[in-house]
Design a protein around this ligand. Structure first.
Ligand SMILES: [Zn+2]
Ligand SMILES: [Zn+2]
Length: 299
């Protein structure tokens, strides 16, 4: 099997788990955890993402190969030592990719797709962006080639990390005791998907929660404050194509309409909330200018 097809090969397992979770909630009288339009939108996003991902691997695997052949810094150990190092290095890079995806609007334009549903269930894991290759997700794995890992190893570990994360998208599993100290768990990832001020922009872990604890982004889910899911700026659509492009459209429209390079750079690469402030301010400035000079506006 080609390693790029790993997630597709696991699709039957994922679909069986989604069906099982749907039944679980129905039997407990909480069928509303799932809705068909939302779940079908998630499935559509998964298919689009898979297509784009396969194309992107075709382009970036030669790049990883080039970096591996010409710029690798050393030869990692074989066997379990090398595998452990690969896993740790990729999980560390994933943490920074994920953190940057929440703090840099260019990356958020793609990653917001994953967060834009107001529901959270196993099918939410399918919500992935078609435009991750454009955002530059692939660049975060390039250091693994410099570290001496082959492109096939890089692709395999990236996809295994994503496969693990499927299982943390559920409200059916409570806190898991000592596992909360080691791994990204359903409870940890629920708070990551929440937009409540106390939870937002925390818990970026892929597999190990170590990185959040180390770099100060860890938050505990509290029974006193149930998670509210979704994005601060709601998308209100279940059309997978629209969900994929809406934040890119907003970002480009606001950047093109903005005055000054500082504002434009903030709108593209600032934190999403800073970009929001700039966009609001620029729109207000325009209205003020138009009110002062109605003749100009008419022309
Ligand atoms: Zn996220
Ligand atoms: Zn998630």
């Amino acid at each position: 099997m080609q390693v790029e097809l790993l997630l597709l090969a696991l699709a039957p397992v994922f679909l069986a788990c989604v069906a099982g979770e749907m039944l679980y909630w129905r039997r407990r009288g909480r069928a509303e955890v799932y809705s068909w339009p939302d779940t079908l939108c998630n499935a559509g996003l998964a298919l689009l993402h898979q297509g784009a991902d396969k194309l992107a691997w075709l382009l970036v695997i030669p790049l990883y190969q080039y970096a591996y052949q010409h710029y690798r810094l050393w030869q990692p150990p074989g066997g379990w030592g090398g595998t452990l190092l690969l896993f740790l290095a990729q999980d560390f890079l994933y943490y920074w990719f994920h953190r940057a995806s929440h703090r840099v609007r260019w990356l958020w334009a793609a990653h917001s797709v994953h967060h834009s549903s107001t529901r959270l269930n196993l099918s939410t894991a399918f919500r992935q962006s078609l435009l991750y290759p454009l955002a530059g997700m692939w660049a975060f794995w390039l250091p693994l080639a410099w570290l001496g890992f082959t492109p096939q190893q890089v692709v395999a570990v990236v996809l295994l990390n994503l496969a693990f994360q499927f299982f943390v998208h559920t409200q059916a599993v409570p806190r898991l005791g000592w596992l909360e100290y080691l791994f990204n768990t359903p409870s940890i990832h629920r708070s990551h998907h929440a937009l409540n001020p106390r939870y937002i922009d925390h818990n970026y872990a892929g597999v190990l929660v170590l990185w959040d604890r180390l770099f100060g982004s860890y938050v505990v889910e509290s029974a006193d404050e149930p998670c509210r899911y979704g994005t601060v700026k709601p998308v209100n659509s279940v059309n997978p194509l629209w969900v994929n492009v809406v934040e890119w459209r907003d970002m480009l429209r606001e950047t093109l309409a903005a005055r000054g390079w500082r504002a434009r750079l903030t709108l593209l690469f600032g934190a999403p909330e800073a970009a929001e402030r700039v966009a609001t301010q620029q729109a207000a400035d325009k209205l003020t200018a138009a009110a002062k000079n109605p003749g100009c506006q008419a022309s």
